[in-house]
Design a protein around this ligand. Sequence first.
Ligand SMILES: [Zn+2]
Length: 87
Amino acid sequence: MPINSSVQLCGAKARQNNHQPCRQPAMRAKNRCRLHGGKATGPKTLAGKKHAAQANLKYGRYTNTAILERKYMQELMRWRDDLHELS
Ligand SMILES: [Zn+2]
């Protein structure tokens, strides 16, 4: 019994099964199935790329910003101590 015939089939040439075309249903709005390149292959738009770059961004003790802030604070403390010694 055929599955819903309105669904587009993938049709990629299979390496198994005597090189019959793939009979997986294709991904929506695409014409290959999830095994044959239908899956997302990464961000395409600039906005999408930016979003992806943010995904692994770290917030914490070891970001460049945090390290710089700590160094700045240490420097301030040193100045304060120097002033204290002078007075
Ligand atoms: Zn396929």
